[in-house]
Design a protein around this ligand. Structure first.
Ligand SMILES: Nc1ncnc2c1ncn2[C@@H]1O[C@H](COP(=O)(O)OP(=O)(O)OP(=O)(O)O)[C@@H](O)[C@H]1O
Length: 269
């Protein structure tokens, strides 16, 4: 597992002093957070802690009221998810955003279709065989097993759908620069076996160099895949700790607020 910065020492994604207000509600209050290439960071917190808001800031869906975002060291200002996507950040939403009647290959290639050669390509005809071949190669590289490429997504199980959605994002971010994946509750509503498959895929994607942020309420998942745990409480970061050496009771204490923030100054004696 990678818990140290990349060879250049530059985080894949770095947020500094992020604030976000919804009217009078301060949903995020001075958040500093980073994720390194090849690292999995679990973002935890109770209901209303600010996790979704922070994920939306990272994915370009929300513009923060204050603060800066750097991707591989370059400062960005996202006005829309397409800006974040261009910077190599892909978000996998809980609803997965798959097109149910279309087959796996079509879903994997959505928005990046291969056109046929010659006049048919000029008319916008897609090359389904080439798309299937390249999708199979990409999935092999990620070590992903799914149903046959021609199977419509509506015929897949919940776990298989989650794998297709994750693989689609992994393929998109695995371009020239190392990508960043944001996952919103990736194992919610999955059974034991399906959860294990998704956990294994998340680890393989990280081992391929992708930086991953997971929002979850699932502590076992967090301990299974995360290198580091970041905990929010009422819009503030209260802990940023390595998963391997942090006691679960401490994590629960930070989530519920019964444990003081590790960033608060020690009380004067
Ligand atoms: N669109 C909105 N308008 C006003 N307030 C909002 C909006 N979205 C979130 N909030 C408020 O911002 C705070 C953080 O909410 P957020 O959804 O980010 O929390 P969360 O940690 O993702 O919670 P959950 O685990 O319940 O999804 C909460 O106080 C919430 O009520």
């Amino acid at each position: 597992m990678t818990t140290t910065p990349s060879s250049t020492g530059t985080p894949a994604l770095q947020l500094s002093n992020i604030e976000m207000h919804y009217g009078f509600v301060r949903a995020l209050d001075g958040i500093d957070m980073h994720v390194n290439p090849g690292e999995v960071v679990a973002l935890l917190g109770d209901n209303g802690a600010g996790k979704s808001t922070l994920l939306k800031v990272m994915s370009g869906a929300h513009k923060p009221s204050h603060g800066s975002i750097r991707v591989h060291g370059t400062e960005h200002s996202f006005s829309a998810p397409s800006d974040a996507s261009s910077a190599g950040i892909q978000m996998v939403y809980q609803d997965l955003a798959l097109v149910e009647p279309q087959d796996i290959s079509t879903n994997l290639n959505m928005g990046q279709e291969t056109l046929r050669r010659g006049p048919l390509g000029w008319l916008g005809f897609v090359d389904r065989k080439a798309m299937r071949r390249s999708s199979e190669a990409e999935l092999d590289r990620l070590g992903v097993r799914t149903a046959p490429m021609t199977r419509p997504v509506e015929m897949l199980s919940g776990g298989q759908r989650q794998v297709v959605a994750l693989a689609r994002s992994a393929i998109r971010v695995n371009g020239e620069s190392q990508g960043i994946l944001l996952l919103d509750e990736p194992t919610a509503a999955l059974g034991y076996e399906q959860t294990k498959n998704v956990e294994a895929l998340i680890r393989r994607m990280a081992d391929a160099g992708i930086a991953i942020v997971i929002v979850t309420h699932d502590l076992p998942l967090c301990y299974e895949v995360a290198d580091r745990i970041v905990i929010l409480n009422r819009g503030k970061k209260v802990a940023d700790v390595p998963a391997a050496t942090t006691d679960r009771d401490h994590v629960v204490g930070w989530i519920t607020g019964s444990r003081a923030s590790m960033f608060d100054a020690a009380p004067a004696r």
